[in-house]
Design a protein around this ligand. Structure first.
Ligand SMILES: C[S@@+](CC[C@H](N)C(=O)[O-])C[C@H]1O[C@@H](n2cnc3c(N)ncnc32)[C@H](O)[C@@H]1O
Length: 331
């Protein structure tokens, strides 16, 4: 556990007046750059970047996304007016908007300046910072009835951290941070996460070796292709539970792998059609190529050509699984 001093807690109903957290840990450059590139997809209306939950009658990306986001809000307990919610890594703010429609007071944090600008121009209140900065943001302690991290945790650990033996410590710190942010007077305050977990053998060296040196179609090549435009490393089954244990106990767990695959299929279809019909999408990709040729080239190779993103959830026994987990403060 960390030894940061606690300030006296005065819960606020105006979360937009919380002070901007002071920088403590610089965001990973690759992750920031990834969301500058991913902003191209906003041109075709792709503003939901995590998994969905689909029924056979659904016909759009958003139908499954709405169902999944409402599930997360129910799980965190955001079912009453005035509920104070934080989303870590809030993307374009869809979940925050749904929470506000439920009468909640909701704010987000995000390292992507493009997404923060979009959120703040569309009625949400989002702070541009690394979640790790919140460890020392004492004014934020105890301000929330619930916290959600929907698809952001996959970026928190880098292969270099794994090599340095810091992976568990980083997850453990993240649970410590959320524990500090939750209001002590709310006995059943919850934290809800969704995160891709890896099921196959992986070593940090696979991700750090240039993808061109791995055989085409191999797991190692896909791992490297993914990391070199997205920046991140996935937990394995039960790892988060172990890291959470001083602060939180696992209360519920749902496997959302099939819903992630379906959301990806919708996004891929929209991107492919946009390449032929949407000049704004093409312009944003070309601009990104001009500004960041190596990483954008890797993204094109990975997403469109070798389909590494798709590979993660393909087949009867896909290499990854998506877990939605609800955490309750450990007693
Ligand atoms: C896959 S997207 C998911 C976005 C959104 N939750 C959604 O469902 O569409 C991951 C998000 O996490 C943010 N993120 C990644 N690392 C972060 C960090 N260290 N601190 C804060 N936000 C982070 C990214 O900028 C992005 O908005």
């Amino acid at each position: 556990m960390s030894t940061v001093e606690c300030a006296p807690i005065r819960p606020s109903t105006d979360l937009s007046s919380l002070p901007q957290p002071r920088p403590r840990v610089a965001p990973t450059k690759l992750v920031k750059l990834c969301y500058t590139m991913v902003h191209a997809a906003e041109a075709v209306g792709i503003r939901d970047l995590a998994d969905g939950e689909y029924l056979p009658t659904d016909t759009t990306l958003e139908a499954g996304i709405d169902r999944q986001l409402n599930y997360l809000l129910d799980q965190v307990g955001c079912t009453r007016p005035g509920f104070r919610l934080l989303e870590i890594g809030c993307g374009y703010g869809h979940l925050l908007q749904l929470a506000i429609a439920r009468g909640a007071v909701a704010v987000g944090i995000n390292i992507s300046s493009e997404q923060v600008r979009y959120c703040n121009e569309h009625g949400a209140h989002v702070y541009c910072c690394n979640y790790r900065d919140l460890l020392t943001a004492t004014e934020w302690y105890g301000q929330f009835d619930g916290v959600i991290a929907n698809g952001s945790l996959e970026h928190w650990v880098q292969p270099e951290d794994v090599q340095a033996g810091k992976m568990d410590a980083i997850y453990c710190e993240s649970f410590d941070i959320v524990h500090r942010l939750l209001a002590p007077a709310v006995p059943d305050a919850r934290y809800v996460t969704t995160a891709i977990h890896v099921k196959r053998e992986v070593k940090p060296e696979y991700l750090l070796t240039p993808w061109g040196r791995h055989p085409r179609g191999s797991d190692r090549r896909h791992f490297s292709l993914l990391h070199n435009w997205m920046g991140g490393y996935y937990p394995v089954d039960r790892q988060l539970e172990k890291c959470a244990s001083p602060f939180f106990a696992l209360k519920a767990e749902v496997d959302g792998t099939a819903g992630y695959k379906q959301a990806n299929d919708y996004r891929m279809a929209r991107m492919m059609s946009g390449l032929y019909t949407n000049p704004k999408l093409v312009w944003r990709i070309v601009r990104s190529l001009a500004r960041h040729p190596r990483i954008t080239g890797t993204m094109i190779e990975s997403y469109f050509i070798e389909k590494s993103w798709d590979w993660q959830f393909r087949g009867d026994d896909p290499p990854m699984k998506l877990l939605r987990q609800t955490w309750q403060i450990a007693t």
